[in-house]
Design a protein around this ligand. Structure first.
Ligand code: 3H9
Length: 692
C-alpha cells in the first residue's frame, strides 16, 4: 500500500508511503481517497491528518506516470483534492522535508497546514516544462498573495517552510515532533465549523491586470524557447480574473497542453537522465566510499585553477602544485581574480571569498601533497608529460589516494599503467571553465576499482557537477562525438558555407555557440595539435584541411585576436573575416569544388546527425552505458539545447528511420566515409525502436 490508514483515538492518519519521494501515483491517489472516505464514515473520528513517510510530505505527481494512461486515471489529483476539500471532517496536512508540486497542491486542498522548519515548499512544475495542474496556480495566489505566488510558480524555486511561517500557508509551525504537534493541532480544530477552504479566499491586488502585464513582459524575456513560464502567468491571471472553478478549468487545459509538448518531454528526460547517470549497474549504491577530506591539483593553469576552485567552493582544502614559482604565482593570481569578479557580481561576499581562498594553497613540492585523499592532474595533454607526473604521484601519494587525470583524449589505461596502483587511477574530465561547467566526465579504466568509481561519482555531486561515466576511448563520450561534428563543419566550408552561416544555423537550432565560434574560444591550435596526431595514427580518417590553413596563419582564435573570425581588443564579438572567407573559397577552388548554396536544414542535420551516429557507436561499444548518459554529456558540457533533450533524445523525436535515411543521403555526397551508419542505429530503425 502506498497510502496507509490508521486511527489514533478520535484522529485518523493517512500516511503517504511511496518511496522515494511519495510521488502521487495512481495507487497513492486511490489510497488517499479511500482513507478520507473511511474516516468520514466512522462517527468516532473527528479530524484527519495527512502526512508523508520518509524524506518528506510529497514530491508531487509521479513524473514517471506522465504520458501513460495511469496519469489521467481517476482519481486524478484534482479529484483527490476535491474530495479532501469536501471532506465533512477537517483534513490537516502535516508537512516535513518537501511539499512540492502536486504535494503542495494537495496540502493547499486541506483545511489546515502545519509544518516543521526545514521543509522545501515549491511548485517546481515549470522546471519540467509544465505548470501546476491540480489547483496550485489558483490556490497559491489566494493564500500567499499574487506576487509571491507568481514568483514561486514562474521560477519553480523552493522556499523554506520557516520563511513562510506567519503567512496563511501555515496555520501552525511545529517546533517539536511533527506527528505529536499535528495531533494536538487536530484536536484543537476538530470541531471548528465552517471548515476553512483556500478556494474561498479572494485575491486582492490593486491594478492586478497591470501587474500581470508587467509579469508577462518580464517572463517573455527570460523564457527562451520554453512555453511553460508564460502559460504559468496565464493560469495565475485566471485565478485573478475568473471564478475559482473556471480558473481551475483554464489551469487544467494549459497543463494538458504543456505536458504533451516536446519541450516538456525534453526537460523530464533531462531530469531523469541526470539521476540515472549516477547509477552504474555493476557498482551497487551501497558500495563503501573512500573519504575525501582534502585534494591536490597538479598544474595551476586555467584548468588546474578552475578544478581547485570546485574543491574550495565545496569547503574541501586543496593544494595546487606547479613546478615554477612564476607559473604558480600567475595561477594563484588568476584564481583570486576569478573570485573577486564573482564578488563584484554580487555572487560572493568578502567573507566567502576569504574563506575559499584560505582553502587553496600553492606548492612546488610533491612532498606537500602526499597526504591528499585525491589528486587531479591537469598538465599538458601529452602522454610523456603524463608519464612523468603519474610516476611521481605513485611515489609520493599515500596508499588509498585516488589518482585522477583531467585528460580530454588520452588513454587512461596507459596512464594507469605508469603506476603500481592502476586500481586507484581514474579520469576526471572537467570542461572549461572548470569552476562553471556542470559536466564531469568520469572515465573508468579497465582496472579502476569500484569504490574509486563510486567515490568519484559521489564527489561529483559534492562539487555540484553532473557526473557521467565513460569508458576508455579516444576523446571519451563528448570529444569523440564532437570530432565528427567539427569534421562535418569543415566539410561544409569546402562545399559552400562560410563560418558565420554554419554558426548561425546551429545557434538558431538552439546551440549556445556554433562550431567556429566555439573553436575560436577554445583555441584552434588544440584541434590542430590533435589532428596532427591523427594524421599519423589514423591516416584513414579524412578531414578538411581548411582548419590547418587557418592555423598556419597563426589564427588560433580569441587569444590571438584572429581565428575563424576577427576580434577587437576587449571585445569578444566575432566579426566575419574577409581574409578567412577568401581563404576558404580559394581552398575549395584548389580542390576543384564548386561552392553551392547549402540550406540551414542541411547544416543542422549534418552537424547533429554526425553526433547521433557517433553516439550510437559509443553506445554499442559500451563506452556510454545508456543513451541518456550521452544526452547528459551534451546538455551539460557542450551547449546542446535543453529544450531538445540531447542528441540521442532529439534523434528519437525525429524518428530513427528518418535519421538513418538522412545519413544514407549524406553518404552519397563527397564524404561517404564519414557517413557509415552505426549498426545499432540501423537495427533500432528497422525495429522502429528508440535510443531512450
Ligand atoms: C506535478 O506535481 C504535477 C502536478 O502539478 C499536477 C498533476 C496533475 N515523481 O532528486 P533526487 C525520484 S509534477 C517520481 O535524487 P533529492 C528521482 O527520480 C512534479 N519520482 O533526491 C529519484 O529516483 P531514483 C513536481 C521522483 O533528495 C529519487 O526520487 N515535482 C519525483 O536530491 C530521488 O530524487 C517536482 O518536480 C517525482 N515527482 O531531492 C519535484 N521526484 O532514486 C522533482 C523525485 O530512482 N523532484 N523522484 O533515481 C525534486 O526536485 C527532488 O527529487 C526532491 C528530492 C527535492 C523531491
Amino acid at each position: 500500500m502506498t497510502a496507509t490508514y490508521r486511527e489514533q483515538g478520535d484522529i485518523a492518519v493517512i500516511t503517504l508511503n511511496n518511496p522515494p519521494v511519495n510521488g502521487l501515483g495512481y495507487d497513492t491517489r486511490k489510497g488517499i481517497v479511500e482513507g478520507i472516505l473511511q474516516a468520514n464514515e466512522n462517527a468516532a473520528i473527528r479530524a484527519i491528518i495527512l502526512a508523508g513517510e520518509g524524506k518528506g510530505f510529497s514530491g508531487g505527481a509521479d513524473i514517471r506516470e506522465f504520458n501513460t494512461p495511469k496519469a489521467l486515471q481517476e482519481p486524478w489529483l484534482q479529484t483527490v483534492i476535491q474530495i479532501v476539500e469536501n471532506s465533512g471532517k477537517p483534513v490537516i496536512a502535516a508537512i516535513h522535508g518537501v511539499a512540492m508540486g502536486g504535494g503542495l497542491e494537495l496540502a493547499l486542498g486541506c483545511h489546515y497546514r502545519v509544518a516543521v522548519a526545514g521543509a522545501q515548499i515549491a511548485l517546481p512544475e515549470v522546471k519540467l516544462g509544465i505548470l501546476p495542474g491540480a489547483g496550485g496556480t489558483q490556490r497559491l495566489p489566494r493564500i500567499l498573495g499574487l506576487e509571491t505566488a507568481l514568483n514561486m510558480i514562474v521560477s519553480g524555486n523552493p522556499v523554506m517552510s520557516e520563511k513562510l511561517a506567519g503567512t496563511k500557508l501555515f496555520d501552525h509551525m511545529i517546533t517539536g515532533e511533527l506527528m505529536a504537534g499535528a495531533m494536538d493541532f487536530a484536536r484543537k480544530v476538530a470541531d471548528v465549523r465552517p471548515l476553512p477552504k483556500v478556494r474561498d479566499i479572494s485575491i486582492t491586488y490593486p491594478n492586478a491586470d497591470g501587474y500581470l502585464q508587467f509579469a508577462r513582459n518580464t517572463v517573455r524575456t527570460v523564457a527562451g524557447p520554453f512555453p511553460a513560464p508564460l502559460k504559468c502567468v496565464d493560469a495565475v491571471a485566471a485565478a485573478v480574473n475568473k471564478k475559482f472553478d473556471d480558473g481551475l478549468k483554464v489551469e487544467r487545459d494549459l497543463f494538458l497542453e504543456l505536458v504533451q509538448t516536446s519541450e516538456s518531454k525534453a526537460l523530464r528526460h533531462a531530469f531523469f537522465g541526470e539521476r540515472a547517470a549516477s547509477k552504474i549497474p555493476d557498482v551497487p549504491a551501497d558500495t563503501p566510499l573512500r573519504t575525501i577530506r582534502s585534494a591536490a591539483v597538479i598544474g595551476a593553469g586555467t584548468m588546474g585553477g578552475g578544478i581547485a576552485m570546485n574543491f574550495a567552493n565545496a569547503g574541501i582544502p586543496v593544494k595546487v602544485l606547479e613546478v615554477k614559482q612564476e607559473a604558480l604565482d600567475k595561477g594563484m593570481n588568476i584564481l583570486r581574480k576569478n573570485y573577486e569578479n564573482s564578488m563584484k557580481k554580487g555572487k560572493l561576499t568578502q567573507e566567502q571569498l576569504e574563506k575559499r581562498l584560505s582553502l587553496i594553497s600553492g606548492t612546488m613540492s610533491y612532498d606537500d601533497i602526499g597526504q591528499a585523499d585525491i589528486v587531479i592532474e591537469a598538465v599538458f595533454e601529452d602522454m610523456s608529460v603524463k608519464e612523468v607526473v603519474f610516476k611521481k604521484l605513485d611515489e609520493v601519494m599515500k596508499p588509498g589516494a585516488i589518482l585522477a587525470s583531467n585528460t580530454s583524449t588520452l588513454d587512461i589505461d596507459k596512464i594507469a599503467a605508469f603506476t603500481k596502483r592502476p586500481q586507484d587511477v581514474i579520469g576526471t574530465h572537467f570542461f572549461s571553465p572548470a569552476n562553471v561547467m556542470k559536466l564531469l566526465e568520469i572515465v573508468r579504466g579497465e582496472k579502476t576499482a569500484k569504490d574509486v568509481l563510486a567515490t568519484t561519482m559521489a564527489l561529483a555531486k559534492t562539487i555540484r557537477k553532473t557526473g557521467v561515466v565513460s569508458g576508455v576511448c579516444d576523446g571519451f563520450i563528448g570529444n569523440r562525438m564532437v570530432e565528427q561534428y567539427i569534421r562535418q563543419a569543415g566539410f561544409l566550408l569546402e562545399e559552400g558555407c562560410l563560418p558565420e552561416q554554419v554558426d548561425k544555423a546551429i545557434e538558431k537550432f538552439g546551440f549556445a555557440m556554433g562550431p567556429f565560434r566555439m573553436s575560436d574560444l577554445a583555441g584552434n591550435d588544440i584541434g590542430w595539435y590533435i589532428r596532427k596526431r591523427r594524421y599519423v595514427e589514423k591516416p584513414e580518417v579524412t578531414y578538411s584541411k581548411v582548419a590547418d590553413l587557418l592555423c598556419e596563419k597563426g589564427r588560433f582564435g580569441q587569444k590571438t585576436s584572429a581565428g575563424w573570425y576577427d576580434y577587437k581588443p576587449n571585445d569578444r564579438k566575432a566579426y566575419p573575416s574577409d581574409e578567412v572567407n577568401q581563404m576558404i573559397i580559394a581552398h575549395s577552388k584548389d580542390l576543384g569544388i564548386e561552392h553551392r548554396k547549402i540550406s540551414d536544414q542541411e547544416i543542422i542535420e549534418r552537424l547533429v546527425y554526425a553526433l547521433v551516429n557517433e553516439g550510437a557507436l559509443i553506445l554499442e561499444e559500451g563506452i556510454a552505458m545508456k543513451a541518456s548518459d550521452i544526452d547528459m554529456v551534451y546538455l551539460t558540457g557542450y551547449g546542446f539545447p535543453l529544450f531538445r533533450g540531447g542528441p540521442m533524445f532529439y534523434a528519437d523525436t525525429i524518428g530513427l528511420s528518418n535519421v538513418l535515411m538522412a545519413i544514407n543521403r549524406y553518404g552519397k555526397g563527397r564524404h561517404p566515409e564519414a557517413w557509415v551508419p552505426a549498426p545499432l542505429l540501423v537495427k533500432l530503425a528497422a525495429e522502429s525502436q528508440a535510443f531512450n
